[in-house]
Design a protein around this ligand. Sequence first.
Ligand code: LLP
Length: 497
Amino acid sequence: MTATSPLTPAWLPAPDDVDALDPAIWAAGVARTDAGELAVQGVPASALAAEFGTPLIVLDEDDFRARARAFREGFDTAFASLCGGADVYFAGKSMLTLSTARWAAEEGLRVDTASGGELAIALRAGVDPAHIGLHGNNKSEAELLAALDAGVGRIIVDSVDELEHLAALAAEHGHIAPVMLRLTPGVHAHTHDFIATAHEDQKFGLSLAPSAQDADGNVAGRAPAAVAVALALASESVHLLGVHCHIGSQIFEADGFGLAAARVLEFLDHARAEHGVELAELDLGGGHGIAYTAADEPRPAAEIAAALADDVQKTVERLGMDCPRISLEPGRAISGPAGLTLYTVGVTKTVDVDAPGGGTAPRRYVAVDGGMSDNPRPVLYDADYTAALASRTSEAEPVLSRVVGKHCESGDILVRDVHLPADVRRGDLLAVPATGAYTHVMASNYNALTRPAVVAVRGGSARVIVRRETMDDLFAREADPAPGRPADQTPTPQESA
Ligand code: LLP
């Protein structure tokens, strides 16, 4: 039942060494101690689990910072001669806490937010408002006003409807709204459908294709993007900075970014011809892929930057235009690889399942103390992860295993296929790498599980940056503080202490 199991997916290689921690997947500070334990910057998994409990999201702070720097330096260098460098916005949605926002700012990044809540976090973290962008396809009036009042550097406007609304709101409140227009250049990224966002039939952005009808701010025969540029330039309460596009997430191919850039630059060229203005800024969004398993092969930030700069240079030369200031919004590629999740193993069991070629094959289930509430990505996107025995090494034979959570749901899978030692058992610690992005921020309280703590490791010591939820937190929003008890019998602080 090792690598020869007929249930093994084609992409999953037989492990040479089941204890090995592939540096392409794990954070830079992760290694085994002499005793064989997985450690983050020398802090052993058992010490982290003993001090902070499991499930636990552990961020290698230095790794996060190094990836942030690599994007900033890589893009600054690649675009230096073209447009004087590039501005890198950390896509907060991937992992936004006060600490991570500060780390990004300290490394010279700006912060991209996607809601009033994210904006509030970035502001409270002390990020310079001029270095914050606000996104969203349906921002509320309160969110738009909060951004205007805070003086954010850019509001990324998603539709003609929103542009009209924002212009009126800014005028009413005596602001000039700094606007980037989000365009959909019609590039379909090769990724999971749910997270590909630059094709036409979707909710985001202003189409570059002429509209067939007059509806919702569209003008028949005109591209919504062109309508928005004309409107923004004509509005006294809008300062049109430039345009934006984001083609999807977890993308490895360089071509998609280059093609989207070319289409958007062509659009800017037309806008220049029509209005006689050169828009100063072009944001190419995020979406740079990371390694979740050995099957993924991401490229270093400097390489991505060099390839993109090459594409952009060719396009601006072809069009005979000045290169606008380039910005980008990587999220996952900065926060994802810096994180891992530690779990404690509970139940293990092996079942016989139908094998693809006929007959049956054993499948080993390893259940841990978290699940789809701390990482919904496998369930939502069929995302693959890997895992390793963290509290020790093992001489036992590797067996194809499925790591599952503890939720009342059979789809509650964390790692669909991974080779783990056959003797993994109750009490062992398992680590799942590349969980720094879109886990903490997407976590839920399903089945009333309390959400994990987030711990940062730096300089060989670990500290809590977001505390674990408690049972009390589960009741914090209930209108009746002690359901089932008369209000006057609510426990006193002494009683509940
Ligand atoms: N900029 C914009 C406008 C975006 O919409 C996104 C992601 C990013 C930047 C950052 O993308 P990244 O570099 O992190 O791929 N929950 C999904 C991902 C949704 C991404 C939405 N937008 C997941 O877990 O895969």
